[in-house]
Design a protein around this ligand. Structure first.
Ligand code: UDX
Length: 429
């Protein structure tokens, strides 16, 4: 099929790359000329395992190209994905100005029947507005349908997630449009839900908000477990093995971050508010999440007492492993608090240090965990990269000024750490 993707951010690039890999002819459009030039040289502006390889092989096979003109992309395609960003405004609601601008330009360039698919995460009723906008600016000429087709990929496993989705959600009132998308996704062999456009839009916000709720629930249990001497890992395991609950997304830690959960939870609160419902449950999910990084900072402070002139080694900066993404990373909040108390930070992250330098220029960046640990008064784990699980802890102990480890992701066994002679503190255990 002939597909145009407008916006080459995370979602746009991964969707474009995977649809090209499935044999479609894909045109990716972005108004950033520099980015388009980079992509045409096979330079991928984000770190995502496997993405570079599939984009390169699709380009070599002539199945994907990158251009700056929406007009050319729309005219050469049957299905047009809108995958531009919808950043949060100060009140938490989504800024839809980019979606609106794209809809207008798509409308002005319709030449024959087009399916316009919203892949960006947008508030309910956006599809209706997009359809109205296209109808208005195409002056009744264009034949089109609008579909909401939310994306559920996770950073770090985006390619796998796109090829193996739990479900594909197609929201539209048009049978013709639904059939074209069912055909497009046929090779994926995943369950498909065809529903109305408003329900599809809500599915995305509800799914992310529910997952964030699971994490905040586990993080709330941390405090009950610490106060009672229970172990949060045992508790979440015991709860999660009930099939009705499920064991995933119940890992306690320093809170959720990234470009989706914080944004989508606050957007859903704003959407509910606009619809006349006070979503207090989600407000508490946010509060628990905010508190979790503060709680962990306090744990560091209680352990080291006066932080002024203490050196702290931080392992892990990205909001989760296997990504270089620093957006809403708990590490940033915790480090900012430590710096404000006069601590000196030596940090290491396998992928995100370049990005971290933009917001945390005042800390020392190290080449590996051992360099970070050398001469530090404590070592703090914030992101659970695999390589930290496999570190030579004996060597770490020798390098530290004091054998103190504060583990914000519960990656080590407390009994083993004690045996190795560490003062070891983790979360909810
Ligand atoms: C998320 C959704 O999973 C995905 O479906 C959606 O399309 C985009 O948002 P992503 O932000 O890439 O994906 O990361 P995810 O793996 O979901 O983790 C989000 C945050 O939650 C991370 O900060 C992670 O550390 C945290 N988390 C996750 C926990 O603290 N505990 C858990 O059990 C799971």
């Amino acid at each position: 099929m002939r597909v145009c993707i407008i916006g080459t951010g995370y979602v746009g690039l991964v969707t474009g790359g995977t649809l090209a890999e499935l044999g479609n002819n894909v045109i990716c459009v972005d108004n950033n000329e520099e980015k388009v030039a980079m992509l045409n040289r096979d330079e991928i502006p984000i770190y995502e395992p496997g993405l570079k390889e599939i984009v390169r092989s699709a380009r070599e096979a002539g199945r994907i190209k990158f251009i700056t003109s929406i007009r050319d992309g729309v005219r050469a395609s049957d299905i047009i994905f809108i995958a531009v960003s919808t950043p949060p405004k100060p009140d938490g609601s989504a800024d839809l100005s980019m979606v609106a601008a794209v809809a207008k330009e798509v409308a002005e360039n319709l030449n024959g029947y087009k399916v316009v698919v919203d892949k960006s995460t947008v508030p309910v009723k956006t599809g209706e507005k997009v359809a109205e906008t296209i109808a208005r600016y195409s002056q009744g000429d264009g034949e089109f349908d609008v579909v909401s087709n939310p994306e559920f990929l996770r950073e770090g496993s985006a390619i796998y997630d796109t090829f193996h989705p739990d479900r594909i959600v197609i929201g539209t009132s048009s049978r013709r449009a639904a059939d074209m998308l069912i055909e497009l996704y046929k090779p994926l062999d995943a369950p498909v839900i065809v529903t109305d456009i408003n329900s599809a839009e809500i599915i995305k916000h509800a799914a992310n908000s529910f997952l964030a709720t699971k994490i905040s629930f586990a993080n709330a249990l941390v405090h009950i477990c610490e106060a009672s001497g229970a172990n949060v890992e045992e508790v979440t395991k015991g709860v999660g093995l009930d099939n009705r609950v499920g064991s995933r997304f119940l890992n306690a830690g320093v809170g959720y971050g990234g470009s989706c959960f914080p944004k989508d939870v606050s957007a859903f609160i704003a959407i509910a508010d606009e619809l006349g419902y006070d979503f207090k449950l989600l407000k508490e999910v946010e509060n628990i999440n905010e508190f979790q990084s503060e709680y962990f900072f306090n744990k560091i402070k209680e352990t080291l007492w006066i932080l002024e002139d203490k050196t702290i080694a931080i392992l892990g900066l990205a909001f989760k492993p296997n990504t270089d993404d620093m957006r809403n990373a708990p590490a940033e909040k915790i480090i900012t608090r430590l710096l404000a108390e006069g601590a000196k930070i030596k940090a290491f992250d396998p992928k995100s240090m370049e990005k971290a330098k933009e917001t945390l220029p005042e800390i020392e960046y190290c080449d590996n965990p051992y360099q970070a640990a050398e001469g530090a008064d404590a070592l703090v784990i914030i992101t659970e990269w695999n390589e930290f699980k496999e570190m030579d802890l004996g060597r770490i102990k020798d390098l530290l000024n004091q054998p103190i480890i504060l583990d914000g992701r519960n990656i080590y066994d407390p009994a083993k750490m004690e045996e190795l002679g560490f003062i070891y503190k983790s979360v909810g255990r």
